[in-house]
Design a binder for this molecule. Sequence first.
Ligand code: FAD
Length: 377
Amino acid sequence: MAHLALSQLAFSAPVGGDLSLRRSAFKASNLNSQDKLWAPVITLNLKSNHSRLRNRHVTCMSVQQASASKVAVSPLGLEDATEPPLNLHKPKEPYTATIVSVERLVGPKAPGETCHIVIDHGGNVPYWEGQSYGVIPPGENPKKPGAPHNVRLYSIASTRYGDFFDGKTASLCVRRAVYYDPETGKEDPSKNGVCSNFLCNSKPGDKIQVTGPSGKIMLLPENDPNATHIMIATGTGVAPYRGYLRRMFMESVPTYKFGGLAWLFLGVANTDSLLYDDEFSKYAKDYPENFRYDRALSREQKNKKGGKMYVQDKIEEYSDEIFKLLDNGAHIYFCGLKGMMPGIQETLKRVAEESGFSWEEKLSQLKKNKQWHVEVY
Ligand code: FAD
């Protein structure tokens, strides 16, 4: 069995790259003593600059078998629930979790820094894809002396199984908030964002206070695995979609078999700012019928008018298809900075009017049908 599992695992690298296996103690209860000699501990050696999994040892404790391109994971028991877990840990009684890893996701030419942060919650803060964690950074609230900082929310960037497929971790995609003095143009560290810097500076083993999980707006419609999902993100807004896409294309779970279409529009500044590009490119290669991936690189690409290419310009390029998909019941999701919405809504309104229908009516219909999902911050 162990040899079978190992040979199957050899075909199941979650993301592109070299895969090697090594022996070590393995305590899975469903393996016999002989099996325990062969540890399904996978070392992923990825070549890309953007990969947050480079050289990480991934212990696939819950991996039972793997198909050619997916990692088979054991259900956690959450699958039978009809409602997602909500606010299991409140701000007054946060859960003390542990940082597993912090990795820079972006290349040297990206403006700013974005990190992939894996948090060990020991199975005590379960969540569904599309939910958020709250984080209470250490220190005192500057507005309420003696009180802790306010909770900051972060979209969860992993599936409910976490990046190690054992249901014990959650991953966040965090952009460091840096303050630049508008007059001097210099960084003023005293005004840098408290929580994002705490998270991006943290080290494996550090403790972190988490609350939640929270949010229902960005949940995938569990009862319709053949739905169409149009996912629009700027920057870290891609976080919930990484969770969706891993669920759809990386994991094999008996209770969720995706047979629909997922279409990701990701807007960032330049190639170096792309987030999780290796994973998404791999899905596009492996599942061309089920996944489309369009990037808008504002500082590298030009829109049809010769201006910067923003995510709304990509949406406009495919607006006929998008409207048809929406008419057929597609879900559309928006996640990222608040500032992305006006430009996108103006584009959708203009395109709708050029095609002779009212955007206001269309929008109210989408909202009524629960096809419209917005989480901007
Ligand atoms: P804060 O300390 O709260 O400061 C906020 C801003 O004010 C910073 O830009 C800071 O530089 C500036 N500032 C501080 N002091 C001053 C001053 N004296 N004068 C002027 N400016 C000042 N973020 C992500 O990175 N990834 C996510 O996936 C994500 N998901 C989210 C999901 C939801 C539902 C919501 C609501 C928000 C999400 N956010 C996400 C945003 C996140 O919650 C935080 O708001 C963000 O990280 C900034 O928090 P901070 O503590 O670092 O900054």
